[in-house]
Design a protein around this ligand. Structure first.
Ligand code: K7E
Ligand code: CUA
Length: 660
């Protein structure tokens, strides 16, 4: 039909002919809604190659389809966790952890406020977090899909997320650190969740001048006991080990062959304290003067026994094994490691430990067997300034590989011996073999990769298949959105032993996702609704559970308490009238059982919001300090009569008694 138009020009006005030809050009250039394109035509129009189409076919997930793996990525400065699927790279959820999250009512209703309040430091609300490393709970060294832990580097905290409903249940604050980076890492049966300090400070955080850095400043590692029955960390059964004021970086637990041990690398073993403004060299120079730093090798099972035997001192009430005790009891050793290391990763069989030096260009593979032999023979080259024995690096090194510039983190493949290391400076991923020390293959990424992640890649049983490069910069990968760009997670196919293939770029616009973990999706089995009247944050039946017909409003002095229910499509009660300055508490129970039928609740202008999921009971609380009329309503489009799911909250002004 387009053809007819083009040729049927009459001898009318030139202008009309011109319009026609423009119209025809448009039609020819861009297929319209009424012309069905075939694959070749789409490829031509969008400039896609055969490889692009293959990549699309490997990631595209038709409607209703499911992903094979679930990823839990750190939300960086957002203080949240991002959940997405592989291979589709579709984002499924943001989990509020250290930061209020309005949709989930997190921090806007009482139950979740109590979780966030656990994260207060020195009486101060800290409503952001610098999340770095998520860790999934493990059974026998493999992910079991039950819990997720994540650390906050800026405010030394650790959070527990229960994967039965993807909600944050607990936040604990380190009693002794001021910064905390080397966490979260779990022991093979999740007995402990480890975190290490980063920037050295006096333990407990009291003031000590910097000229006493060497004597009084310290680092450390904390082993938080995890009570799996309760699904909570137990501070009363947790302990730390005092470490030198080397900036402890990342950690990893040993497994299988190295079970019972843990490893923590460090940088700035120069003990440099800065002072560029005083004419001293800057931190980055002062902290990288030496050619090597130290990996801490710790026998945590023996440390646990020492703690249980009471061989600890208390710092701010928290049990700490001193360096002196640790050295005397033979549970703490140091090994030189490549300059400014970042990342320490134990191989799936637990036999080797890889560490990369950002400034060294080498990835070191240590043999746990050789480490044990050296310790048994007391083959130490010297002690550090704190009396900690240092092992002879040459005697414990298995191999040393040149993978490229700026090596950082390592993950493992299902294929025996195969490892992947991120190269920050080169913007590449290196595939190599830690048994042979041979580089196999490299793939460029865009740009400046930090962590990388393979499926179950830090467990005893990596699943292979995919790798995600967690890139720090996106530069030119996406439509520009201002100076702050999204980060770029790139999905890479690792099934071909000859060549890695880039499949997909996913922009992540929610803070810097330092690390992520990926689990087989079928291992995670979340509930679809709660037992009637559940307080989801405690997992218990709420004393305020309210059933249909027992909704009520009670007043005690200035306190007004409301027990309300929500169900399609009404909130009961629908009118709540209080007096100025009344303290108002509204308990809300969802009577719904149906999947995905969630009601939200707010009272306008009072900064409260609840997400009331099927079966849940939750509470909002506020002071009615401003007389007036305030609608309240359901904030989720839950039904055809959602807009009518409303009520009136009225605040009567005080009668001014002193005015005649
Ligand atoms: Cu950003 Cu693991 Cu904190 Cu490396 S960390 S990149
Ligand atoms: Cu309930 Cu809208």
């Amino acid at each position: 039909m387009t053809v007819y138009f083009c040729h049927s020009h009459s001898r009318s006005l030139k202008f009309v002919r011109h319009l026609f030809s423009v119209f025809c050009l448009l039609i020819l250039a861009a297929p319209t809604a009424w012309s069905k394109e075939n694959l070749q035509e789409v490829m031509k129009r969008r400039g896609l190659t055969q490889d692009d189409i293959l990549a699309a076919a490997k990631t595209y997930t038709p409607t209703g389809g499911r992903d094979e793996f679930l990823v839990f990525a750190s939300g960086g400065q957002s203080g949240q966790v991002i959940v997405y699927g592989i291979p589709s790279m579709r984002i499924l959820k943001y989990i509020g952890v250290f930061t209020p999250e309005p949709w989930q009512g997190y921090g806007f209703e009482e139950n979740s406020k109590r979780v966030l309040e656990q994260g207060r430091i020195d009486g101060r609300d800290i409503t952001w977090g610098d999340t770095h490393h998520p860790a999934l709970s493990e059974t026998n060294g493999d992910y079991d899909g039950q819990y997720l832990f994540i650390n906050d580097k800026a405010n030394p905290r650790l959070a527990v997320i229960d994967l039965h409903d993807f909600e944050t249940k607990q936040i604990v604050v380190s009693p002794i650190y001021q910064a905390q980076h080397g966490g979260a890492f779990v022991s093979p049966n999740t007995e402990y969740v480890m975190e290490a300090a980063q920037y050295a400070t006096p333990l407990g955080g009291d003031y000590v001048p910097l000229d006493q850095f060497k004597e009084k400043y310290r680092g450390g590692v904390t082993y938080w006991k995890f009570d799996r029955e309760k699904g909570r960390l137990d501070p009363a059964q947790s302990f730390s080990i005092e470490l030198p004021p080397y900036s402890q970086d990342l950690s990893d637990f040993g497994k299988l062959a190295s079970d019972g041990w843990s490893f923590t690398n460090s940088f700035c073993t120069e003990l440099y304290v800065g002072g560029i403004e005083k004419g001293r060299q800057p931190f980055e120079a002062g902290c990288s003067a030496k050619d090597t730093d130290y990996m801490h090798v710790i026998n945590w099972r023996k440390a646990e026994a020492l703690y249980k035997a009471g061989k600890v001192t208390k710092v701010k009430g928290h049990p700490v094994i001193t360096m002196e005790t640790a050295v005397k009891e033979g549970i703490l050793f140091l090994i030189p490691e490549p300059k400014s290391p970042h990342g320490v990763d134990v191989t799936p069989d637990g036999k080797f430990i890889t560490v990369s030096g950002k400034l060294d260009g080498h990835t070191f593979v240590y043999s746990f067997e050789k480490i044990q032999a050296a310790i048994a023979k007391k083959e130490f080259v010297e002690t550090d300034p704190y009396g900690i024995p240092i092992l002879d690096m040459k005697k414990v090194l298995q191999t040393q590989v040149d993978l490229g510039l700026g090596p950082l983190h390592t993950q493992y493949d299902s294929v025996d011996g195969v490892a992947y290391t991120s190269l920050y400076v080169d913007s590449m991923v290196a595939r190599w073999n830690y048994r042979t020390g041979k580089l196999i293959d490299r793939i460029p990424v865009h740009y400046n990769i930090g962590h990388l992640m393979t499926m179950h890649g830090d467990t005893v049983k990596p699943r292979g298949k995919y790798l995600v490069a967690l890139n720090k910069l996106a530069i030119d990968r996406f439509n520009p959105v201002g100076p702050l760009h999204p980060q770029n997670h790139q999905l890479i196919d690792i099934t071909d032993s000859n060549k890695m293939t880039l499949l997909y770029d996913m922009p992540l616009p929610l803070g810097e996702p330092h690390y992520a973990v990926a689990i087989e999706a079928n291992l995670v089995k979340p509930v679809m609704n709660y037992k009637a009247g559940t307080d989801s944050r405690t997992g218990t039946i709420s004393p305020h559970k309210t059933m249909a017909g027992s909704e009520r409003i009670e007043r005690k002095g200035k306190k007004v308490e409301v027990w309300a229910t929500v169900i399609r499509s009404h909130i009961t009660p629908e009118i709540i009238e209080v007096e100025e300055d009344d303290e108002v508490t509204i308990h809300l129970t969802s009577l719904e059982r149906a999947q995905d039928i969630v009601h939200g609740f707010t009272v306008n202008k009072y900064n409260v919001h609840a997400s009331i999921e099927p079966g849940e009971t939750t509470t909002v609380k506020f002071k009615a300090d401003k007389p007036g009329v305030y609608p309240y309503y359901c904030t989720e489009f839950c039904s055809a009569l959602h807009l009518e799911m409303q009520g009136y909250f009225l605040v009567k002004p005080k009668v001014k008694k002193d005015k005649k």
